[in-house]
Design a binder for this molecule. Structure first.
Ligand code: SAM
Length: 232
């Protein structure tokens, strides 16, 4: 079986690390929302692919309420937490990695730091393309690519600390993959403009690296499905 639909308990081997990850990602998610061109989500359906404990959708709903959303992830216990935390939000969570049965269902899809973990990236691109409505947009965000100078160290850390396998792909590899799937591909640097906290957790022991990572290295792909639904 491909890794992409194989379920795991939690992504981090240490489940408590997922709470810390969510705290660390929250300011990045909020910065990302400001980059998303589609402003009014009140009538839109949203997909968060690789949602872990569901924090991104909770933060999004607080600032840009959407009509409904799906958060999906292969990590079963993380999805159980996402369900427990969702309150009255119009959000459904599912365990899995393939989006079976979701056809032209979403206006907007987001994945934050997930695409570098996907084994069959061509299948992922095709699945998201199919799951989006014509004219739908996929924002795929990652700094975990081979153009990241920290990547040789990070790929070992991810392998040790998590229950998934990393994939070595460049920014251009992603651009080509999504183009092949039919998306009109554009991208930008995340250019996070807030203060970056200094954490001695092994990811960025050199603080200069952390500052570069959030401003220069992390990439936001904007992937648009042609409004007539066909490949561009
Ligand atoms: C680095 S975490 C990011 C989580 C969340 N998006 C965030 O911003 O905090 C990567 C997540 O992707 C999930 N994941 C990895 N491979 C996946 C796949 N093939 N399908 C769905 N989710 C996947 C992991 O279980 C994990 O929750």
């Amino acid at each position: 079986m491909s890794q992409d639909n194989k379920t795991i308990a939690t992504w981090y081997v240490d489940p408590d690390a997922e709470d810390r990850m969510a705290d660390g990602h929250a300011p990045i998610w909020r910065h990302l929302f400001e980059l998303i061109v589609e402003r009014d989500l009140s009538q839109k359906s949203v997909l968060d692919f690789g949602c872990n404990q569901g924090g991104l959708l909770r933060h999004l709903y607080a600032v840009r309420p959407f009509r409904k959303a799906l958060g999906i992830d292969i990590a079963e216990q993380s999805i159980a937490k996402a369900e427990a935390f969702k309150g009255n939000m119009p959000v459904q969570h599912a365990v899995g990695g393939r989006l079976e049965g979701w056809v032209e269902a979403f206006d907007l899809a987001i994945s934050h730091e997930v695409i570098y973990l996907i084994e069959d990236i061509d299948a992922h691109a095709a699945n998201i393309f199919k799951a989006l409505k014509p004219g739908g947009v996929y924002y795929a965000v990652t700094g975990c690519h081979t153009d990241n100078p920290l990547w040789p160290k990070w790929r070992d850390l991810v392998a040790k600390r998590t229950n998934t396998v990393v994939r070595d792909r460049s920014i251009t590899d992603y651009a080509k993959t999504f183009t092949k799937a039919g998306f009109a591909v554009s991208g930008r640097k995340l250019e996070y403009d807030g203060f970056v906290p200094f954490f001695e957790d092994g990811w960025t022991p050199d603080f200069a690296d952390a500052l570069d990572y959030y401003t220069q290295t992390k990439i936001v792909f904007r992937l648009v499905k042609n409004p007539n639904g066909a490949a561009s």
